[in-house]
Design a protein around this ligand. Structure first.
Ligand SMILES: Cc1ncc(COP(=O)(O)O)c(C=O)c1O
Length: 373
């Protein structure tokens, strides 16, 4: 299907990378890295050049998110996936409650469930639905996912926890930077930078409240709990204070993230968010207007403003169309999340994906389907 479809030149987007991660890194960031010559890559992460870069990242995020005083910004290797295990070992006392609405929140739950001393419980909704977190007695950590990348569901509300010894942890991997969060309500907010922050994988960044730091310190003192040295959260906390990571980071990853933070700081978080909202309105509006399309997420308050998922009438194969668009270098990585098994487009609304390019993509897809009819 669609094998004879040729994308007209005037509809070709400026960049084919519409994928939800790794995401579009601006070519200007690649040029900027090249310009650092021999002054950055290949130098020690314990010395000034890299530490200055880490500090710039931390300061830039502080400005962008308007982070409350007292919160630490920490970084470490391994990305969000590794952090799930680190959090289980180093931040849960006895019990964690997980709000599961897709594959990533499920994986986080399973990581905790596998630890023999943790009582982990999942509150699930069917995929395609959203759920906001809430507190429940006898759980010392509430785990939620700001933006479920697999399904395109975002949180619409975050509770202010009442329990003195309860922490709220949030996987913000694909929402960070583009979905507003009140940092006074979140104790451990983390993300990998290969989404809105337009860098590469392998790193995690976390914004950590004083209450969470206390918990991490207390668990670190517990001599009865074995935690592999490389998995100790305390190392990230201590190294973060010194603008470092516990072990050697990818310097280019830090560099690209810093470039992106600078780009977004020239606009401010509010502007970036309002641009994301405009793009979301364009995409969901299109999906509602066309008879052969429908937004996968039915309840509009849960429709993601970072990752849009659109079901397509079974008559038109998304995989076939995606293959044709990829082959023509027009759009890459727009298929739905494999495991969902739906005839679905999943498209990033990340900051570097422009509204103009998204508009063109909608016109390309409409043209392809309407000429196939
Ligand atoms: C919401 C969410 N959490 C966690 C991850 C895992 O991140 P990483 O591959 O950096 O470990 C992803 C990756 O796409 C994600 O989207």
């Amino acid at each position: 299907m669609f094998e004879n479809f040729v994308v007209p030149n005037h509809l070709k987007p400026s960049d084919p990378r519409f994928g939800v991660g790794p995401s579009l890194i601006p070519l200007s960031s690649l040029d900027a890295l090249r310009k650092t010559g021999n002054s950055l890559l290949g130098t020690s992460h314990r010395k000034d050049a890299v530490r200055k870069l880490v500090k710039e990242v931390q300061d830039g995020l502080r400005t962008y998110f308007k982070i409350p005083a007292g919160h630490e910004i920490i970084l470490g290797n391994g990305g969000a996936t590794q952090l799930w295990d680190m959090l289980a070992l180093g931040m849960v006392k006895k019990s964690s409650l997980h709000f599961v609405c897709g594959e990533f929140s499920e994986k986080w739950y399973k990581a905790h469930k596998a630890v023999p001393w943790i009582k982990a419980e999942a509150i699930r909704v069917e995929y395609g639905q959203g759920i906001n977190p809430y507190e429940k007695a006898n759980f010392d950590m509430i785990c939620c996912t700001l933006n479920e990348t697999s399904t395109g569901v975002m949180l619409s509300e975050i509770p202010k926890l009442q329990g003195e010894d309860v922490l709220l942890a949030m996987d913000a991997t694909s929402g960070a930077g583009q979905i507003k969060v009140d940092f006074n309500k979140v104790d451990f907010y983390y993300f990998s930078p290969q989404k809105v922050f337009a860098s590469e994988g392998g790193l995690f960044i976390a914004i950590v409240s004083p209450k969470a730091i206390k918990r991490i310190e207390a668990i670190n003192q517990d001599k009865t709990r074995y935690i592999p040295e490389s998995m100790r959260l305390i190392h990230a906390v201590e190294n973060g204070k010194a603008n470092q990571t516990y072990n050697t980071p990818s310097i280019s990853t830090l560099f690209f993230m810093n470039e992106q933070i600078k780009i977004m700081n020239t606009l401010s978080e509010d502007t970036v968010i309002s641009m994301a909202k405009e793009k979301a309105a364009l995409m969901y509006g299109w999906a509602e207007e066309k008879t052969y399309l429908s937004p996968y997420i039915k309840e509009s308050k849960f429709r993601s403003e970072a990752v849009v998922t659109i079901d397509v009438d079974a008559k038109y194969s998304v995989d076939d169309l995606a293959k044709v668009l990829r082959a023509q270098g027009v759009a890459i990585d727009i298929e739905g999340y494999r495991k969902l098994g739906r005839n679905q487009f999943r498209i990033a609304l990340f900051h570097n994906v422009t509204k103009e390019d998204l508009k063109k993509l909608t016109e390309i897809i409409s043209l392809a389907i309407e000429t196939e009819k």
